[in-house]
Design a protein around this ligand. Sequence first.
Ligand SMILES: Cc1cc2nc3c(=O)[nH]c(=O)nc-3n(C[C@H](O)[C@H](O)[C@H](O)COP(=O)(O)O)c2cc1C
Ligand code: SF4
Length: 419
Amino acid sequence: MKRLTAPKGWSQLLFAPSPEPWAALRAAAAAGPAATTATLIDAGLRGRGGGGFLTGAKWQSTAAQPSDQRYAVANGYESDPAVFTNRLLMEENPQGVVEGLAIAALTVGAREAFIAVRADYTEAITRLERVIATAQAERILGTSLLGTGRELIITVRPLQGSSMIGEETVLLKALAGKRGQPEQTPPYPSEIGYLGKPTAVNNVATLAAVPWILNNGAVAYSQIGDSNQPGTALVQISGSVAHPGVLEVPTGTPLNEIVAAAGGSAAGATIKALLVGGPTGGFIPANLFGGTPYSGAGLKSVGAHIGSGAMLALDQSVAIPELATMLTRWCADEACGKTIPCRIGTRRLAEIGQRFVDGLASPADADRLQKLAADVSDGALCAHEALAPSPLLTGVRYFASEFGPAVAAPSATPTSGRS
Ligand SMILES: Cc1cc2nc3c(=O)[nH]c(=O)nc-3n(C[C@H](O)[C@H](O)[C@H](O)COP(=O)(O)O)c2cc1C
Ligand code: SF4
């Protein structure tokens, strides 16, 4: 699977290397932090790591903390299994990621910044390091940022471990060489982050949009895609489509257009559902594709979320109860163990799902599933637990007949994005 060519008319800015590298960094240095954050807020740039937080506001908050040291971190860990939108981005536009991070560091007042990457992303690591080394040699980065004498050291930090490392508080601990479990927020990393200092953590796709915004203006960006969450997003569409791969999609694009851009159903297959949002995502039936925009709010309204940008097309050969149960088991296995409703609740949910798969479920199991799913989500310390029930809930909601007579098609609880 690789990057797919987007249909004509779809704005492409994340994958497009800037025609004038470092022009945006120079502009940010000239404009100053207040003007840079104001531009990002006017543009409406929201984080692409799942939570959808306003990037300009996050940087303002980080910059406002009284501290002798602040940090900026690019989250390129990409924790969901078999998803590689961030890897492709770092390979194809490492300049955009490094420049976005340099602008973040400059804006929040950091002298040191890190790009956290999965250790097996060797090609991405090589390309990112090449950009940094060249920029240091040209005195754009390093001991004299843009020749001003101010220091900005950017380092690529390969990490390897569980999927929880993608969560920002765990990521910061992993960077500090510590064992990680998520921390309750607030306080956010913008207040207490890497080594206890204020830290701006952003997904690599969020950062790669920043040079484009500073080069082309807030208005141009705000006019792309969904007005509540403008810009483009990276979507990995795989499974029963003719052309699996990664697409750069204007936010708000209806799901049927994304499927069409991937060539529609694979030969001999008919897509019956999309699993949107990775292993904690939701199943969306084909009859809703046309009316569901690819946006945080649009997906939430049908029980799914953007998450890692993964979209899996499923045809008639896939049994939804089986897949939903397997995903729930994955969530249980990945739970870090800190929160009891997550550690134990997700495992019990998987057991209920298995009874449906085995044809042994009773109507009481259908009830239990709904109640336990609500308890698990309510008890969430991090979004892993808040979202873990989504596959089973949306499976039951939209594919009740596959779960057998024990299910009377109850409705799924809407989910939130990971944060
Ligand atoms: C279980 C879990 C896994 C996550 N994995 C990732 C990840 O792989 N990449 C990422 O950028 N954010 C991930 N996040 C979100 C981060 O905690 C954080 O919100 C994000 O990196 C902030 O960047 P943004 O403001 O650009 O979205 C995850 C969150 C949770 C709860
Ligand atoms: S909700 Fe789950 S994954 Fe998140 S901190 Fe608690 S046990 Fe760990």
